[in-house]
Every structure is written in C-alpha cells, then in structure tokens.
Design a protein around this ligand. Sequence first.
Ligand code: MN
Length: 208
Amino acid sequence: MANFEQIKLKYGAKDYAPVINQETIETHYGKHHKTYTDTLNKLLNDNNIDCSSITELLSNLDRIEDENVRTAIKNNGGGYFNHNLYFETLAPKDTAKHEPEGEFLSKINEAFGSFDELKAKLKALALSQFGSGWAFLSVTPDGSLVATKSLNQDNPYSEKSGNTPIACIDVWEHAYYLDYKNLRAAYVDALFDIIDWSVVEKKYEEAK
Ligand code: MN
C-alpha cells in the first residue's frame, strides 16, 4: 500500500544557518513534514486508495468521494508534496547556486523582466498571502513561467492549474517564527540566499 517518503535532506540540519537555524529545520522537517507524510500514508491505507504518484493524486482529488477524506488528503498530500519541493530546493548559503543562467534565465527574463523582478514578485506573493500558505514558481503547459500563491497546503496541482511547480516559499509561521518571529519579509529576503537555482533549473528542464 501507499508509502510516500520524505525526501532526504542533502545537508545537515545545522548547515542552513544562519538563514534557517537548526531547531527550525529539525522541527519543520522532522515534525511538521513527517506528520504530513505519516498522515497522508495512513489516510491512503485506511481508505484503500492506491496511488503511487503524489502529483496524480493531488491533480485528481475530485475522484475521492468522501468530502472529509478528500479534504484531509488535499491538506496532508499537499503538505507532503510542498515540503518535499521546499527542502529539495534549499542548500547552504555557500553551496547554493544563487542565480539562474542560460535558457532558464532567458525564460525568467521573458516572464518577469529580470531575476530581481522574479524575486520581488515571489516576495510580494509571499507577503500578501494572508495567514498560512505558499508562493510558487511554476512552469505552464506552454513552457513559460508563472508565479502564484496558494492558501494552506494547496498547490498548483490541487488547484488544477495545469502548471508544474519548480520552486516555493513556505510562509506558514512554523517555517520562520523561531528565527524571525513575526518578520515574514526578513525571512523571505534571507531565504533567497539558500534557494539553490541549480535544482530549480533542473526541475524546469524536466517540466518544460
Ligand atoms: Mn512548512
């Protein structure tokens, strides 16, 4: 039966400091992300839902008849996928590739004007998300790029946008409160120092 697994962190929990400190990584990855993952697996097993693709599951939530089960799978499946993407695209400041290049950069310039404008757009989305949620950078079906925001653990799959998310910013307070308290903007600014654009670029290549 279903057994989705958290992505493994490629770096140690303390290696993302000072942008994100060890306690936040340990709590966020080891508790929050783990709970979404465990709860998703339990929901699928308890309800005999056989699906090995998280993107397929989230793209076809309307096939789940029971409304409570559907909502729980949207929330925990979204939490599972979104955190996999988040943690996969982060790297220590000294290791992360800080700027995209080549064809990917051209696509960014085409969609947003410049890399700086992309970051400004993602930041604006992250700050304007009232309450908990995410900002996403995604590839559209025609291969261009778009930035959006989502509530709670929703994402471009559960929203049936047709887009493929390749980078994200978690703006739930659990992502930044220990390090930045209520200063979401300071967290988002700092997070750009540890987004590894070589990973995002690879995801763009796969999605386009
Ligand atoms: Mn989170």
